[in-house]
Design a protein around this ligand. Structure first.
Ligand code: C2E
Ligand code: MG
Ligand code: MG
Length: 570
């Protein structure tokens, strides 16, 4: 307090004047006869007249005889109240000089200073407050991108209808399939376009008895129907699915393919069969939706008890998978890769098998999606990598130098310990980096571009060979070759299955082989099942292959035996 200096009267007056001038609320001072003496800048702005014009003029700007009957009566009220109470306030719609009507709250206060009588008055512009409130209400109730009502409104409307409906109420939950992949491909702008396109498509269908079409955010939608027969909704939902079969065009300036195809998954529940509680109905529709998504998407499912059992099953699967990662139940099987020319084993692809305690040896199709869903892919990768490193070290000691390829989902790369774990294993087991190959599927590459590129470059610098798996099955096969440092292309088995009879397959594989030569990359053909396929590929100049014709994936012991036999035959 020692440095505190009170304001001088003059300074205080100057500061107060400055404050009034800068205040957002409009302020004006009138004399005893309600004529203007002074106004602040906000008042000038609001009313559209300058202080110089107003000073000396009566309240209402013009003489009283120009005012409407209502305004005259308000003016009389002001006079009367100020005379009586020295204070008056009112809400008032006031037209300004520009013809805008402003909703205002005005207060007048009579002040006596020395011999004079003054009125200090303040106007609050309610229109902006009202606008803010409306905006806020809009923000709270509607999705900003699509303008559709949000989850809260959907729930309110559903419960209102449930309360007094004598009809069937159908709750539909809808997601766009592979939305994360699509949005990585399209970018934020393209994704917004896709969502808006979907919404206008649904609106154009003019679905009958649709009571609410709601956007919960992202690719998440809900529809509410009121019908006297829920079956009538089935037909309308089929129409909606058919709508999605038409391609969506991104316009000319997008880097990706212009025509995008997308599918939707739909889950449905209805009152009175499923429940009469709004949250329960929504939950059941969501369970049906999850069921569709877990079974490949692009379908409609109405809620039933089987879904409940399936959900319980998937919960059990998750618990079992977590146990499997800690109990070491994942084991690699090895499928040999051959030189098509000499028939020699050049390396192996390690393929995971789950040694399930009760269900026996399981193939990836039964659990790999769940591994990704439950974010256990790094645990799986580490368990496989450790066993593979040990096996490579054993083979090395036995004099075999074949490489082993490990499958990785791009999701694994984002794990902070991924790179150090791989490089640590090489050192620990004395393995040359080129003996370890890593395969990444095209479909997993669509996400996390930056991080994946960084990790692949680091692995490449370490000397690890990189292969692009299932080539030709993804969205942007060719651009991946340009973006990432791959050494090998693995042609997907769907292009090999009829290569000896189908001219299109032949032409595609030929083009891939030419491309690989031009890019200085090597090719492995997957899924060779017959000698004819092997012969055609060999004639075309393909050097490496794998498939059941050579060998199915086998245990480490069986793989060692194959290596020994090959060595003995030399
Ligand atoms: P992929 O990497 O493309 O592996 C080839 C799949 O095709 C393997 O199935 C293999 O057994 C099978 N296959 C090989 N030759 C033939 C053939 O001649 N005909 C036919 N019809 N199939 C053949 P598998 O072992 O069931 O693996 C399926 C997929 O699971 C793999 O496809 C790979 O994407 C994934 N996967 C396997 N192991 C792992 C792993 O350790 N980690 C990750 N992230 N994914 C894995
Ligand atoms: Mg593979
Ligand atoms: Mg493959």
């Amino acid at each position: 307090m020692s440095n505190f200096e009170p304001l001088s009267v003059l300074t205080k007056q100057q500061l107060m004047t400055e404050l009034c001038e800068r205040l957002e609320d409009a302020i004006f001072i009138l004399d005893s006869n309600l004529r203007y003496l002074s106004v602040n800048a906000s008042y000038e702005l609001m009313i559209g007249y300058k202080e110089a014009f107003l000073v000396g003029r009566p309240l209402g700007i013009y003489a009283a005889e120009f005012l409407s009957v209502e305004e005259q009566s308000i003016l009389r009220d002001i006079h009367h109240n100020l005379d009586e109470h020295g204070f008056y306030e009112l809400d008032f719609s006031m037209a300004n000089r520009y013809g805008q009507t402003l909703d205002c709250h005005i207060t007048y206060r009579r002040i006596h200073i020395e011999q004079g009588t003054y009125h200090v008055c303040m106007i609050q512009d309610l229109s902006s407050a009202v606008k803010d409130q409306k905006q806020l209400a809009h923000l709270l109730n509607y999705d900003q991108l699509t303008g559709l009502p949000n989850r809260k409104v959907f729930l309110n409307q559903t419960s209102d209808i449930l309360l007094d409906s004598y009809q069937e109420v159908v709750v539909v939950r809808l997601n766009i399939d592979r939305y994360r992949n699509l949005s990585s491909l399209l970018g934020p702008e393209g994704t917004n376009k896709l969502i808006k396109n979907f919404v206008s498509g649904v609106e154009a269908l003019k679905l009958k008895n649709l009571r609410c079409f709601s956007h919960f955010g992202g690719d998440d939608f809900a529809l509410l129907f009121e019908y006297n027969d829920a079956n009538l909704v089935r037909h309308q939902l089929d129409t909606l699915m058919q709508m999605c079969e038409r391609p969506f065009s991104l316009g000319k300036n997008q880097a990706a393919d212009n025509n995008i195809y997308y599918h939707v998954s739909i889950g449905v529940s209805y009152f009175p069969k499923d429940d009469c509680d709004v949250i329960e109905l929504l939950t059941k529709a969501e369970k049906a939706l999850q069921y569709v998504k877990q079974h490949g998407g692009d379908d409609i499912r109405w809620y039933d008890d089987a879904i409940e059992e399936d959900t319980a099953g998937s919960l059990q699967l998750e618990a079992e998978l977590r146990l499997a990662t800690t109990a070491g139940q994942f084991v690699p099987h090895y499928q040999p890769k051959f030189s098509l020319d000499t028939g020699e084993i050049t390396g192996f692809e390690a393929l995971v098998r789950w040694q399930h305690p009760t269900r026996g040896l399981l193939k990836p199709i039964h659990f790999i999606d769940a591994i990704l869903t439950h974010k256990l892919s790094f645990e799986l990768f580490s368990q496989m990598a450790i066993q593979i490193a040990k096996q490579l070290s054993i083979w090395q000691q036995q004099g075999f130098s074949q490489h082993v390829c490990i499958n990785a989902d791009a999701a694994e790369f984002s794990h902070p310990e991924f790179f150090s774990m791989v490089s640590g294993l090489l050192v620990e087991h004395g393995i040359a980096a080129h003996q370890l190959h890593i395969e990444v599927t095209e479909s997993s590459l669509i996400q996390r571009h930056d991080n994946v590129r960084k990790q692949l470059n680091l692995l490449k610098e370490l000397g690890i060979c990189l292969a692009l798996d299932d080539f030709g099955t993804g969205y942007a096969s060719l651009s991946y070759l340009q973006e990432y440092p791959f050494d090998f292309i693995k042609i997907d088995k769907s292009f090999i299955s009829n290569i000896d009879t189908d001219r299109t397959q032949y032409a595609i594989v030929k083009a891939i082989l030419d491309l690989a030569v031009a890019l200085d990359m090597q090719v492995v053909a997957e899924g060779i099942e017959t000698v004819e396929q092997r012969d055609v590929l060999l004639d075309m100049g393909c050097e490496n292959g794998q498939g059941y014709w050579f060998s199915k994936p086998v245990t480490a012991d069986a793989a060692t035996k194959m290596l020994m036999e090959q060595y003995a035959a030399k």
